[in-house]
Design a protein around this ligand. Structure first.
Ligand code: NAD
Length: 291
């Protein structure tokens, strides 16, 4: 039985780590701000004092952090992950970061004899709690076999995309679609409102249409109330669209909708909606139109 480690206990990391604990695994945890570890300790996790300690005392270490800077920090800081990586350790990075950064972190880990998988997830907090995430993996196939039993406890499906960084590439592709659909719903509601249509009937129309999605149903109450408590923070959506833009530039690929979505979410992010749910891009669209 492997001993597991978990670094990063935010909106996603905490329920994911809890799902491993509930299956009886020993889970060593670390979070930069210790208060986020308290409820996990109550569920049986062992709180350690640095990323290095987690790696020292665990076989497979999952990390779920905000962005690439955070991943770099826990890898390279004093008492960081790289101080303890050695052959036999598997590091599973589930954060959404760029494919280029995934590749460079894989290299840093493999230079020390460890294995790094990029394994970001599709699905938000509800899916994390219900272990219904879709896990998008790149890296050494033999390590996937080792991790598969744990992926099965975190998600409903694991898709292996190939070598290092391919999981991160897949995540950017699916989140581009998420950002575009989010803006699309916002614009649809806005046009309907400007046309004087009853909002309740518009929500019903979308729900009954071919464009109904689990995403729309998950956010419908937010649109109804015009309250956007965060499931997937708008600042993270904006970060991901920035990563999409950088990747499209690197691949010399023109993505017109991606450009527009990147601009809209960035301005929402800068105009006080960073900590709201990504669906609050609708509020930004309203403000642009003086509503
Ligand atoms: P969050 O902001 O709730 O949690 C981020 C975690 O990173 C926190 O535990 C924080 O302490 C830690 N952190 C941040 N900077 C750090 C640093 N410099 N050093 C050490 N720790 C640091 O974010 P989240 O919603 O849990 O998202 C985590 C990742 O998963 C992100 O990459 C996000 O894009 C991705 N993601 C989120 C969702 C979602 O719905 N929330 C869905 C899919 C993927």
């Amino acid at each position: 039985m492997h001993t597991l480690g978990w670094i990063g206990l935010g909106n996603m990391g905490a329920p994911m780590a809890k799902n491993l604990l509930q299956e009886g695994y020993k889970v060593n945890i670390y979070n930069r701000s210790p208060e986020k570890t308290f409820s996990l300790v109550e569920s049986g996790a062992t709180k350690l004092n640095s990323p290095k300690e987690v790696v020292d005392q665990s076989d497979i270490i999952f990390i779920m952090l905000s962005n690439s800077n955070a991943v770099k920090a826990v890898l390279t800081q004093d008492n960081g992950i790289l101080d303890a990586i050695h052959p036999g350790k598997v590091l599973v990075d589930m954060s959404t970061i760029s494919p280029e950064d995934s590749l460079s972190y894989a290299k840093l880990v493999s230079e020390r004899g460890g294995i790094y998988l990029d394994a970001p997830v599709s699905g938000s907090v509800g899916a994390a709690i219900a272990a219904q995430l879709v896990i998008l993996v790149g890296g050494e196939e033999k390590a996937i076999d080792i991790c598969q039993p744990y992926f099965n406890l975190l998600g409903k499906e694991t898709i292996y995309f190939g070598s290092s960084s391919k999981g991160s590439s897949a995540k950017l592709a699916i989140n581009l679609l998420l950002g575009i659909i989010g803006q699309g719903i916002g614009e649809t509601l806005l046009l309907a409102e400007k046309s004087g249509l009853d909002k309740e009937k518009v929500l019903e129309m979308i729900s009954l249409s071919g464009m109904n999605t689990p995403l729309f149903q998950g956010k419908k109450e937010m649109y109804r109330q015009e309250q956007f408590p965060s499931a997937f923070m708008l600042e993270l959506m904006s970060k991901d669209l920035g990563l999409v833009k950088a990747e499209a530039d690197r691949l010399a690929t023109k993505l017109p909708l991606a450009e527009v979505a990147n601009t809209t979410y960035r301005s929402a992010n800068e105009n006080g909606k960073a900590k709201l749910d990504m669906a609050a891009v609708y509020l930004e669209l309203k403000e642009i139109n003086n509503l």
